[in-house]
Design a protein around this ligand. Structure first.
Ligand SMILES: Nc1nc2c(ncn2[C@@H]2O[C@H](COP(=O)(O)OP(=O)(O)OP(=O)(O)O)[C@@H](O)[C@H]2O)c(=O)[nH]1
Ligand SMILES: [Mg+2]
Length: 375
C-alpha cells in the first residue's frame, strides 16, 4: 500500500506530473508485473505516465501493451535505432511530465521508490539516483564475484566526475528543466545516469536507497561489448569535463614513449647503419622518425578535436614548434656519445633534456597554433 504521496497535481489536462521512461529490449514477461506495480502508485493518487521505448523486440511487447489498453502507457517502437542510452533520450523527448524518471523494465528497480524521488526533488535535489550503496540500500544476493568487481571498478572510474556512491544506477529522477539544460548529450554506452549527472551539471544529487532485485525474467543485455563501451564513455566525459588535462596527460605520455622510440632507433641505427650513415645523420634520422611518432599519436590522442584540420599544415607547424627541443636533443646526444656514454644512454639523456625543455612549452604552443579548437 502506498500512502502519503507528495502532491503531484497535474499542471493541465494534457500533462502528467511524472513521466516514467522505461527502455526495453525483450522484456515482455517483466512488463505486466511492472505496470501492475506502477498502476498501484497511480491509484494511490500520483499522476503519472509511462513511456516504454522498445527496440523492436518482437517478443510480444506490442501485444502486451495493446491488450492492457492503458491511456497512461505509451509504447514507442524503434525500428532502426538501437542502444539503451539513445532509447532513454528518445523516451525523454516524448515525455510530458514535469518530473522525469528513468528505470529498467526488469523489476530490478522498485517503482514504489518514485514518491521518494519526488520528495527529494521537492526538497531541492536537482537529480535523484536510486542507490544500492547508501544506508538502507541493498542488493539481492546472487551477484558473482566478477560482476561485483566489475561494478566496483566502473564506479571507481566514475569518481572524478561525481561523488555519487552509485553512479552506475539506471534508476534516475530529475526535473524537466534539468534535462532540457543539458549540453552535448552523447548517448554512447550504457551509463546514461552518469552522462546526465555530468552534462546536466548537477550539483545537488540525492541518493534514495533502494533494494536492487535480480531480474526474474528475460536476459541481461550487459554484454562484454557494452562494457567495453564504458571506457569510451569515460574517455569522452573526461575530454568534455577536463579538456586541458585530457590533452596534456596524453601529450606528456606520448612524449615519454617518444623517448623510448628515439633511444631504440639510435641503438638500431648504430647496429645496422654504422657504415652507411654518419653519426650526425643517424641522430637526425632518429629524431625525424621520433617526431613523426609523436605527431601521429599527439594528433590522435592529445589533440583529438583537431583531426579534421589539414594534416600537412599541422605537420609543418608541429615540426616548427618542436625545433627548439629537437636542437637541444641533437646537441646533448652528440656531445655525450662516445665520451662517457654508449649511444642509447646518450640518446636517452638527450631526449630527456629536449623533453624537459619542450613538454610544457610545446604543449601550450602546439595547442594554440597547430591543433586549434574550432571556435
Ligand atoms: N530500448 C533498449 N533498451 C535496452 C537496450 N539494452 C538494454 N535495454 C533495457 O535497459 C534496461 C537495463 O538493461 P539490463 O539488461 O537489465 O542491464 P542490467 O540491469 O545492467 O543487467 P541485469 O542486472 O543483468 O539485468 C532493461 O530494461 C533493458 O531491457 C537496448 O539496446 N535498447
Ligand atoms: Mg537489469
Amino acid at each position: 500500500m502506498i500512502d502519503d504521496l507528495p502532491k503531484t497535481s497535474p499542471r493541465n489536462e494534457d500533462r502528467p506530473a511524472v513521466s516514467i521512461v522505461v527502455p526495453t529490449f525483450r522484456e515482455a514477461d517483466s512488463l505486466p508485473p511492472l505496470l501492475d506495480r506502477i498502476a498501484e502508485i497511480r491509484q494511490a493518487g500520483m499522476d503519472l505516465e509511462v513511456i516504454i521505448v522498445d527496440d523492436d523486440s518482437n517478443d510480444g511487447t506490442e501485444a502486451c501493451i495493446a491488450d492492457r489498453n492503458c491511456p497512461w502507457v505509451t509504447l514507442i517502437t524503434r525500428k532502426d535505432a538501437r542502444g539503451l542510452s539513445s532509447a532513454v533520450l528518445c523516451g525523454l523527448e516524448a515525455a510530458r511530465g514535469e518530473t522525469l524518471v528513468v528505470m529498467d523494465a526488469d523489476l530490478s528497480h522498485p517503482p514504489e521508490a518514485i514518491p521518494d524521488f519526488q520528495r527529494a526533488l521537492d526538497a531541492g535535489a536537482d537529480f535523484v539516483v536510486g542507490s544500492r550503496y547508501v544506508s538502507g540500500g541493498t542488493t539481492e544476493d546472487g551477484w558473482g564475484v566478477l560482476r561485483w568487481v566489475n561494478s566496483k571498478v566502473a564506479t571507481l572510474m566514475a569518481r572524478p566526475f561525481t561523488k555519487v556512491r552509485d553512479p552506475m544506477s539506471g534508476y534516475l529522477g530529475f526535473r524537466r528543466h534539468t534535462w532540457s539544460d543539458a549540453v552535448d548529450l552523447d548517448p554512447v554506452g550504457y551509463k546514461i545516469g552518469l552522462e546526465l549527472i555530468v552534462k546536466c551539471r548537477c550539483t545537488h544529487v540525492k541518493e534514495v536507497p533502494i533494494h536492487f532485485s535480480t531480474r526474474r525474467h528475460g536476459e541481461s543485455k550487459l554484454s562484454l561489448r557494452v562494457q567495453a563501451q564504458y571506457f569510451v564513455h569515460i574517455l569522452r566525459l573526461a575530454r568534455w569535463k577536463f579538456p586541458g588535462w585530457s590533452s596534456f596527460v596524453p601529450f606528456a605520455l606520448v612524449g615519454v614513449t617518444g623517448v623510448g622510440v628515439y633511444v631504440g632507433l639510435l641503438w638500431l641505427f648504430e647496429l645496422m647503419l654504422q657504415n652507411v650513415l654518419s653519426e650526425d645523420m643517424r641522430i637526425i634520422l632518429a629524431i625525424l622518425l621520433t617526431m613523426m611518432w609523436n605527431f601521429i599519436f599527439d594528433r590522435w590522442l592529445a589533440f583529438w578535436y583537431a583531426r579534421r584540420d589539414s594534416l600537412l599544415r599541422q605537420l609543418v607547424g608541429f615540426i616548427a614548434v618542436c625545433s627548439i627541443p629537437v636542437v637541444i636533443n641533437f646537441f646533448v646526444t652528440r656531445w655525450l656519445i662516445g665520451d662517457q656514454f654508449v649511444t642509447p644512454a646518450a640518446g636517452m639523456l638527450g631526449a630527456l633534456a629536449g623533453s624537459v625543455a619542450g613538454v610544457v612549452f610545446n604543449w601550450f604552443v602546439v595547442r594554440a597554433f597547430v591543433f586549434k579548437r574550432a571556435s
